[in-house]
Write a protein that binds this ligand. Structure first.
Ligand code: CO
Length: 132
């Protein structure tokens, strides 16, 4: 069921500074910031050609990445996102196999449904699945 790597997400304490690093030091194509209040983050996507990097900065009170940044104040890798053709079928397969799918699907940063899988069920790495 797993498809291509859609993006790798990095939680950052300063989105403007991180965006400038990718643009100025790596010459990357850096998108405009998007606020996603439903997800409690502001995101910037960087197109690296074969995949994307998603920079995440906390937005508002109770952001889901606030705890991560408290533990990793300089930022760090937050999740990987894989594409799947059928999100409901993928979630069912994961649950049947004993993995914890976190909540119901939500519309993600690309306007498509996404779900997250508990990092303790994937070697310490939070996994996002996006239906494409
Ligand atoms: Co993501």
């Amino acid at each position: 069921m797993i498809g291509r790597l859609n993006h790798i997400a990095i939680a950052v304490p300063d989105l403007a500074a991180a965006s400038a690093r990718y643009r100025d030091l790596l010459g990357a194509s850096v998108g405009a910031p998007q606020t996603l209040p439903e997800h409690g983050v502001t995101v910037v996507f960087i197109d690296t050609g074969n995949t994307k990097v998603e920079l995440l900065e906390p937005l508002g009170e109770g952001s889901p990445i606030a705890g991560f940044l408290a533990k990793n104040p300089g930022g760090g890798m937050h999740h990987m996102c894989f594409e799947v053709p059928d999100l409901a079928a993928a979630a069912d397969q994961l649950v049947a196999g004993g993995a914890r799918v976190l909540g119901e699907p939500k519309i993600g940063a690309h306007g498509r449904p996404v779900v997250f899988v508990h990092p303790k069920d994937f070697d310490g790495t939070l996994i996002e699945l996006e239906e494409v």
